[in-house]
Design a protein around this ligand. Structure first.
Ligand code: FAD
Length: 500
């Protein structure tokens, strides 16, 4: 593929005839030969105009689709899970496979376009969509294939967690993923990937065997421990910094599909005792037990609750001992703990319409849960009469902590857990007051944190804070960035800026 082909080509005029089923058809009806020229923006903020002829040529080259404002599907693509990021890309490309991703990356590079990459759309910082740039939406690339003989799974770069869990478990196999099934494999895995099985089998990224990626130069590269090992190191935790992953290959583990899971919740007056127990037992618990503390202040003045989201995936014979510390905490208000299907547990936190609620979140890793933190957590949260407020942990430890920090780009190994607080609100409501109170609460908790999960990166952090979070891995990431994305085409992420 020659990049130059996009500019000044006469091929574009002939290409129009090949477009009758594409959404751009509507544009051609108004302008018979080409769509209108398009105002857009580059990664460094320059306003540019893309000739309509180049857009029609792009559409003709793709097996997938180009969507412009007004096209069917444009609004679904541009919106992400958190609809408070209400952005309007100049154009959306929906590739059907790796060849289309190469075309899309070439087009983005040709114009130095501000470029967002979307898989599941769960980005907390809203970086999978953008205003006036190009959004590359991978939602047409969701195939999943399991090979039970080699115990390997291969999924396309736009896949969601749910299809991987579902297909693998059908063979009695799993690979550790996150806890909400409509999260994207792309974003979650490239940043790390915590979940219900991570203490047992490691982070999602620890189970990666290989990837196919289109780097900023438009090359499709196979990446593994043997092939492009430098990039393999960087992609395991370095997020979307180096290109667009078109395919992921994972190791699978045999596991019984019945686990003990669900919520166990106590009156809020127990919060401090629960946190004290958590801080002690969390370090000793078996790897097969995932204990995620959470406290929730539901809207409407209902009872405040504190407790745990539990997943025990070990042998039945070990369950009573593993869960004994919870049973000693008194009588729960909600006891949802039961033997259940692992895939059903993985879907239990899904929401029917993930775009119905705005949300705002703060988070950071804590190395432990000291008494002062337990007090700050349990005494500082303010409820709101109409909106839902939470504080929750995603427990770390076990197999996660047994990997060296320099083994791959993912830097935050020696932690007890990821502590997060968030507020959700129905779209249309004004969240300003409650966002302010979420920030004030976080100000009392942040001093207990050491670093943050790049997948939860707060857009309000400074470059110094972002760079230092990579720890000793930062310089090596910059070297990789210089090599594979020297113009910072892929900048809408936990960005590692090139030095060149
Ligand atoms: C409801 C919810 C639950 C969550 N639960 C967990 C959890 O249990 N465990 C956990 O670890 N995290 C969890 N997260 C955080 C999650 O890991 C991040 O939000 C992650 O970025 C989501 O990935 P995505 O593909 O859905 O996001 P997107 O918004 O689609 O993408 C986020 C970023 O990932 C990059 N990206 C995505 N796909 C590709 C690709 N194929 N190639 C290159 N770059 C790509 C891009 O830089 C993009 O900006 C959760 C988030 C939410 C909102």
């Amino acid at each position: 593929m020659k990049r130059r082909a996009f500019l000044g080509s006469t091929f574009a005029a002939a290409a129009v005839a090949a477009l009758p089923t594409r959404p751009l058809q509507a544009v051609f009806r108004e302008a018979p030969l080409f769509p209108a020229d398009l105002d857009a923006i580059t990664g460094d903020g320059r306003q540019i105009t893309i000739p309509g002829s180049d857009i029609s040529e792009l559409a003709a080259r793709l097996h997938g689709r180009v969507l412009l404002a007004g096209d069917e599907g444009y609004d679904v693509a541009r919106l992400i899970r958190n609809p408070s990021f209400d952005k309007h890309p100049a154009l959306v490309i929906q590739p059907s496979g790796a060849a289309d991703v190469q075309t899309a990356v070439d087009f983005a590079a040709e114009y130095s376009l501000l470029t967002a990459v979307k898989c599941g759309g769960h980005s907390h910082s809203g970086k999978s969509t953008c205003d006036m740039g190009l959004q590359i939406d991978l939602s047409l690339m969701r195939g999943a294939r399991i090979d039970p003989a080699t115990r390997r799974a291969r999924v396309e770069g736009g896949s969601l967690l749910g299809s991987l869990d579902h297909e693998a478990m059908a063979h009695g196999l799993v690979t550790p993923m996150g806890t909400v099934s409509h999260t994207g494999v792309g974003g979650l895995v490239l940043g790390g990937g915590f979940g219900r099985l991570a203490r047992r089998y490691g982070l999602a990224v620890d189970n990666l065997v290989s990837l196919d990626i289109v780097t900023a130069d438009g090359e499709l590269r196979h990446v593994s421990a043997e092939s492009n090992p430098d990039l393999f190191w960087g992609l395991r935790g370095g997020g979307g910094n180096f290109g667009i992953v078109t395919s992921f290959e994972f190791d699978l583990h045999p596991m019984d599909r019945t686990v003990i899971g669900g919520p166990i919740m106590f009156p809020y007056s127990k919060a401090r005792d629960l946190l004290t127990m958590y801080g002690e037992y969390g370090h000793e618990a078996p790897d097969e037990l995932q204990l995620d503390y959470f406290q929730a202040f539901p809207p409407g003045g209902a009872d405040w609750l504190a407790g745990f989201a539990v997943c025990y995936s070990g042998p039945e014979s070990g369950a009573d001992a593993a869960l004994a510390p919870l049973q000693k905490m008194g009588t729960p208000i909600v006891d949802g703990l039961r033997a259940m299907d692992y895939v059903a547990l993985q879907r239990s936190g899904d929401v029917d319409d993930p775009r119905a609620m705005g949300s705002y979140m703060k988070g950071g890793f804590v190395p432990e849960v000291p008494a002062d933190l337990a007090i700050a957590i349990s005494s500082g949260m303010q409820a709101h009469p109409e909106r839902s407020t939470q504080l929750f942990f995603q427990q770390s430890g076990g197999a996660i902590n047994r990997v060296r920090e320099s083994a791959m780009a993912f830097p935050n190994r020696r932690v007890f857990g990821n502590m997060m607080t968030s507020v959700d609100w129905p779209m249309g409501a004004d969240p300003a007051t409650h966002i302010a109170s979420c920030r004030a609460y976080w100000a009392t908790l942040e001093p207990f944190t050491e670093g943050f999960y790049t997948n939860d990166q707060d857009p309000e952090l400074s470059k110094v804070q972002v760079d230092s979070n990579w720890g000793g891995n930062h310089d090596r990431l910059v070297t990789l960035k210089d090599r594979y994305d020297p113009t910072n085409l892929f900048r809408l992420n936990a960005n590692v800026e090139p030095s060149v």
